[in-house]
Design a protein around this ligand. Sequence first.
Ligand code: ADP
Ligand code: MG
Length: 386
Amino acid sequence: MIDIPALAAAFQNKYGNKPRLFRAPGRVNLIGEHTDYNEGFVLPMAIDQQTIAAISPRPDRMLQVWSMNLSETAELNLDALGPGRRGNWLDYIEGTAAALMASGASMTGANIAIQSDIALGGGLSSSAALEISLAKALLSISNSPMDNLSLTLAGQTAEHVHVGINSGIMDQFTSVHSSAGHAILLDCRSIKSRFIPLNLKGYRILVCNSRVKHSLASSEYNQRRRDCERGVKMLRSLLPEIRSLRDVSISDFSKYKSILPDFVLRCCRHVITENARTLKAADALETGDITEMGALMSASHQSLRDDYLVSCPELDLLVNSAESQPGVLGARMTGGGFGGCTVSMVKESAIENFKENVAHQYHVETGLIPDIFVVSASNGASEIPI
Ligand code: ADP
Ligand code: MG
């Protein structure tokens, strides 16, 4: 939890005046993995971990930025923003300011302090929380209003252009649009969304951070994207109306899958079945069928592990260990894979036992201590009144 009075005091101490504060949450994806770039469905929720941008205007065109997490400061000139791609946190700052200006916002200089209680680089989207909290802050002090979809797209553009990661829309969308107590079913083709009430009936969502991040993640990601595209091309010879894997039904896939090479078949099977699971999961949550939700999460993990091949021993260990605990309905890796976090659906009364046993088993087998915590579905980005 961020100590808000302490943050405001640290800001005043450094910059000599009182800040306004803007928060944006991290997120966890409950189900729907590697479906976003196939124009499919995802089911994320904002979590009760967030980034806060403290800000006050300056009379000049400079952005003075202080990351309290990294204990680093930097300076950027709004009239001379560079192309980014330094490979560090300033790319996100520069990218966000540049994307806002490119979409027509006028900007004033500012003193800024950033603090987050989301693990940086842990798969809970500290990057989108940084972009969105900063964007809200910059727009507000510049009296430059922007609608939520443009704000979402500006965050994504910052990652595409200045960071150099071709990520989907889920992270920024969730950080902007969420509503407490709800997940969001997001159609990544139309960017239409629906709030799904989380009536968890005495169960809670636990996140386990594996604290590993294997370096093959980005090359494997690009490879999977290519294999999905190859699958669409080949299937189009028999199903001319399809535009992406989103358009292929499970029954058509069963009929025509034999034309695909084995590894393409597996990639396509994951995406097509994962889309179906995600829609079912939204229904299950809406009708309060938590047992079904848990089963779908576990099936999602198996598909990511055995067909899409994006899990790793640490994630499998956390999922297997979770599923062998009492009071657990399901568990899966979440995020791109090759490290990061898992999510589990755990009965309230079984949480302490879960934390102890899973952490112990993980430590014995890997030498690492995982971070295990309950997450609650939170509201999207907003100003914090002082
Ligand atoms: P994730 O979004 O899952 O946390 P990413 O690799 O997408 O992982 O983004 C993490 C990066 O975002 C960090 O390495 C850092 O460059 C930047 N970042 C996020 N939050 C902060 C922060 N509070 N201060 C400075 N940089 C941050
Ligand atoms: Mg990120």
